[in-house]
Write a protein that binds this ligand. Sequence first.
Ligand SMILES: [Zn+2]
Ligand SMILES: [Zn+2]
Length: 129
Amino acid sequence: MEDASRGGSKRCQVVGCSFDLTAYGRRYYSKKRLCPEHLKAEAVQLCDTEGLFRFCQQCGKLERLEAFAGTRRSCRLGLHKRRLNHAACAARQQQQQRGRPHRSSSSGSSASCSGCNASADGDAARRQR
Ligand SMILES: [Zn+2]
Ligand SMILES: [Zn+2]
């Protein structure tokens, strides 16, 4: 027998929303305790906490509206983290590129390597003469 007062609250935690998450049948929503609509909402008010919240896609949880800049779906901290990750990733890629020898046989050789084209043209011109 289930305790309805405690364990039965598989509903959206937003004020005024009675979306039954168990009926929806997706673990994701029941875990976050948010219905699909409020998962995307710009601001929601929770039943048990004061203030406005928004679901942060970066952190995968509800965060206070003050943590977001504008109408972004990721909080400032999340964006900052992502930027750091991206910077680290870019640095890693640069190191890899440095390690590898330059290949001029790529598709963009004509644009990137004008010197080779010039010499090739010169060779062709010499052969024609
Ligand atoms: Zn809802
Ligand atoms: Zn966040």
